[in-house]
Ligand binder design. Sequence first.
Ligand SMILES: [Cu+2]
Length: 439
Amino acid sequence: MHEQMLARYDVERVAAGLERVEPIKEYAGPLGAGYDPGRLADYGFSPRETDSVMVPYEDISPETQDGFRKKLVDAVAGKALVTTTGTVALEGHSGSNILGLTSETTDASVDGAYGNHHGNGHVLIGDLDARPGVILSPSTAIRDPAFWRWHRHVDDLHFSYQDNLSSHDFGDRPPVDIKKLALGFERDHPGSEREGADLSDAANATITTGGTDTLETTMRLGAYELLTGNRYRFDYLSHSPFFIATELQNRDAAIKAITLRFFLIPDQLFDVNGDPTTATGRQMRRFAIELDKVRFRAQPGAQAFGRSGRQMAVVRRPVVVDPGEVVDVDGSTTGSDARTCTCGWPYGLLLPRGSAEGMSFTLFAMATDNELDRVGSQKKCGSMSFCGVGDEYPDARPMGYPFDRPFEKPLADIVHENSNMMLLPLKIRWTNPPPLVGW
Ligand SMILES: [Cu+2]
């Protein structure tokens, strides 16, 4: 999930003409751009000055933190965690999971000697004693640019583990091909916006006519009232509701259950024709943005299938199409249901903003064998992809599959060789950029 947030953050930065986020590397060094919480000062948050440094808190210091880092780096290099009672081998995807659990100090963490590397970063940057910053609270942390720099650093560690695993073999593909891929707008297909709508007719029509090659985003102004009665104005990103249409061909005589997986690839950060074995090329897969994974029972022969943005697995449920509808909930007092339900990606942010000229992306679609995937049923609230189903991650394949492993050849070549995959170039156009004159 953190890697997915970073992919989106970097895409937004690139769209705004900024460089990709730089990971924090030196724990004793300056932290770069600061953050002023503005009216969040009402809630006890202090500004963090530009080039502030990590501030020790109780037994957590930049030095102890550096010790945890060294141990984790050694664990990645040696493919084993060294505990007081022996070693725990890190192998394949399960090793990735153990490494993640351990750098968080969860109950499932292997040996406390590895500390709470990720969480300590928040504490050290947040200056808990003297000037508490927004990075200390999960509700506000992402506002601080240092949040992203810290998480890129944490993600670098986990990426380096995955980067040494072997590539996926796509030989377990189902007998279902993706023949065509297209994009349509809900506005052109009345009824497609209804919850649980069957989009097969809309998908069929879109496949036939070709649909659109450009999705649209808009910035809007909203108001928000907190439980305290305080009101805020805010800018928010929105988009014209869209759906993905696919034409599938089941080559078997029997019904076949598949999992359809959709990702959005930003061309500026991930060249589908680029060599993924070079130093820069290896980084590309980190920028594939997961949109959806869904189970589908493919009938024998050809058929169309449609999936709207509001149905997608990364989106928080129930879907909030317009944040103006949001009612404030206090996650700390309304029980675990409220916390799970507010987990997920906001529908309005499903698409990155893009650019006024139209930013280039590639849609990637893949059908995998659902009998091998065991993707759980859709939940009523929360995002299945980000928050799982109960305590289970609802996919037997690793998070981010197939982008969780290094590729041996350009993605376009792999897609060409695998009839269960398809690419579709598209643009995302920001429809209401501020006028350049007067800036
Ligand atoms: Cu964090």
